[in-house]
Design a protein around this ligand. Structure first.
Ligand code: ADP
Ligand code: TRP
Length: 327
């Protein structure tokens, strides 16, 4: 069975972008692959979270993973910092990761711009840690959203480099994975291209009906179609992207026809969209609350996941040590 790895940093709650860009695929893939889904708490240290927040943030994402339907009986769910073997591989990979290529990644440049007073080495070597996360389990598929493509490119490069340095076909090259032909990018409803925590434009899975309605009704639109069958400007396309993911095909077609004949009323569309998001969120929201109230269960699941993940990771590290020459 092919191995799959993916992770999300515990820097906030899961939002619809995370769900439709990544988690939805986790849920589908757990049935057919050997899956490892983890919480990237080491990665979150690049932005200096405070100690009290670390455990709670990890528990939150864990509860949200479970509430979405990731099943610990099917997939291995673990917290990154429980699997120390990853750090050893991170070190080996860093020895052959070059300053130039790390500095050139857009995510690094972006972060360096966002936090100019904290351009740390962890930020620089973020892609090596991510590569270690993936190849430690010899994963071939990685369900992530479109924004992770460059990190995935680096992961493949580091895997290839290791193989060619030691002249051995050891690590498979991991590929980004989505079920659709294109990587998914969920837009923001504020007219921006992407829903993201740092953009402050998220609809979170835990949010209730009132909060969701408020956010959707405030979504940016324009003054309406200029005629019949015109192309949709980005802000309107964004709304349709949402209809496409949470509403029925009939609803989508209804508003699409209204757009095409020039009679669309954005207020109606937003109302419908808000209700469809509420309906989507509601059961997940209830389950998040249930899991959050049961920290004992969460900790047990994390413990069992760590054990399984360590088994796989230590096997790889043992072989890597041999290959490198530590015997
Ligand atoms: P954020 O951008 O809010 O900080 P993360 O970077 O923690 O989210 O992303 C976690 C996962 O969710 C990654 O696989 C990422 O590709 C995916 N993801 C996040 N936002 C989106 C989005 N707007 N569209 C598609 N996928 C997304
Ligand atoms: N970089 C990913 C993000 O920002 C999180 C991540 C860390 C990850 N390690 C990974 C994703 C390994 C997939 C596989 O969302």
């Amino acid at each position: 069975m092919e191995t799959v790895v993916s992770g999300i940093r515990p820097t906030g709650n899961l939002h619809l972008g995370n769900y439709f860009g990544a988690v939805k695929n986790f849920i589908k893939m757990q049935n057919d692959y050997n899956c490892y889904f983890f919480i990237a708490d080491w990665h979150s240290l690049t932005t200096r979270p405070n100690p009290e927040n670390i455990i709670n943030s990890a528990r939150t994402i864990l509860a949200e993973y479970l509430a979405c339907g990731i099943d610990p009986e099917k997939a291995t769910i673990y917290i990154q910092s429980d699997v120390k073997e990853v750090l050893e591989l991170y070190l080996y990979l860093n020895m052959n990761a070059y300053l130039g290529e790390l500095e050139r990644t857009t995510t690094f440049k972006e972060k360096a711009r966002q936090q100019p007073d904290n351009v740390n080495a962890g930020l620089l070597t973020y892609p090596t840690l991510m590569a270690a996360d993936i190849i430690i389990h010899k994963a071939v598929k990685v369900p992530v959203g479109k924004d992770q493509e460059q990190n995935m490119e680096m992961a493949r490069k580091f895997a290839r480099r290791f193989n060619s340095m030691y002249n051995i076909e050891f690590f498979p090259e991991p590929a980004s994975f989505t079920f659709s032909s294109q990587a998914v990018k969920i837009p923001g409803l504020d007219g921006s291209g992407k829903m993201g925590k740092s953009d402050g434009n998220c609809i979170y899975l835990y949010e209730d009906a009132a909060a969701i309605r408020k956010k959707v009704m405030k979504a940016v639109t324009d003054s309406g179609p200029a005629g019949m069958n015109t192309e949709k400007p980005e802000v309107i396309q964004n709304l349709f992207t949402f209809l496409d993911i949470v509403s029925t095909k009939d609803t989508y077609d209804y508003f699409n026809d209204k757009w095409n004949d020039g009679t669309i009323r954005y207020g109606d569309l937003k109302k419908q969209l808000a209700e469809d998001i509420v309906a989507f969120n509601e059961p997940i929201r209830e389950r998040i609350a249930e899991y959050m109230a049961n920290t004992e269960l969460l900790d047990k699941i994390a413990r069992q996941g760590a054990e399984k993940a360590r088994e796989s990771a230590s096997k790889t590290i043992k072989e890597v040590r041999q290959i490198i020459g530590f015997r």
